[in-house]
Design a protein around this ligand. Structure first.
Ligand code: PRP
Ligand code: URA
Length: 229
């Protein structure tokens, strides 16, 4: 095969990705999810089309993540008969991680309109790869509430570990990390941190490069949506 792009995509699909056995993870393996992710990966995709593909992929990830939400049944009447309506009994708190997670927030909220939303702002220091917090707006107590953290990228895992520690400090015990892409290194970090998190993602990619970027990845998810800061 002579086409470099084809080789890259085949490699990413066939490589034996390391998924830690001690991590609760759902990899959404669906042709529509793969198609949206491919649009996001393509360097020719402009900011607007990238945001659209991210919103559409978010819908699929949230749909899968929310299968386990608790429901209650209340009696209603259809025009024909009495039946039971299904309602969410404990909707999740949605927590987009700024900036890049903002592009997932509206669509997640559209699918779960009952949800409330909190916010965490982090910027990864590109030298040290450590997260630098700059904003936090979260309910005081998260005991007994499921929390969905929205961040397109799980690279080293540092930003996600920081976010989950903030949530756990407020009593959260049921945290789901919703990421379009994950690197094996970030999954290992999450598993080793023993935070009890569940991960829902559309792909586990090959690795991180020397600059801490996911390979093949999609580049900088914030810049791809909003342009450079
Ligand atoms: C990106 C991404 C994650 C983080 C992942 O954000 O949205 O938050 O990097 O990297 P990690 O797993 O190595 O911590 P970034 O810090 O680039 O900020 P941005 O969203 O403002 O672009
Ligand atoms: N953050 C991004 O936006 N992209 C990566 O590949 C890694 C971290």
């Amino acid at each position: 095969m002579t086409d470099g792009r084809k080789q890259d995509s085949l490699a990413s699909h066939l490589a034996p990705h390391e998924i830690p056995a001690d991590l609760d993870i759902i990899v959404v393996d669906h042709p529509l999810a793969a198609a949206r992710l491919s649009t996001m990966r393509d360097a020719r995709t402009d900011n607007s089309a990238f945001r659209t593909a991210l919103r559409e992929l978010t819908l699929m990830l949230i749909y899968e993540a929310s299968r386990t939400l608790q429901v209650q049944y209340v009696p209603i009447h259809t025009p024909v008969a009495r039946t039971n309506a299904t309602r969410l009994s404990n909707p999740p708190l949605l927590v987009p991680v700024l900036r890049a997670g903002l592009g997932m927030a509206d669509q997640a909220h559209a699918l779960i309109p009952e949800a409330q939303m909190g916010f965490v702002g982090l910027a990864r220091n590109e030298e040290t790869l450590q997260p630098t917090p700059y904003m936090e707006s979260l309910p005081e107590s998260l005991a007994g509430r499921p929390v969905y953290v929205l961040d397109p990228m799980l690279a080293t895992g540092g930003s996600m570990v920081h976010t989950i520690e903030l949530l756990n400090a407020r009593g959260a015990t049921e945290v789901t990390a919703i990421c379009t892409l994950a690197a094996p290194e970030g999954l290992r970090t999450l598993a080793d941190a023993k935070l009890g998190v569940r991960v829902v993602t559309a792909s586990v990619d090959e690795r991180l490069n020397d600059s801490g970027y996911i390979v093949p990845g999609l580049g900088d998810a914030g810049d791809r949506q909003f342009g450079p800061p």
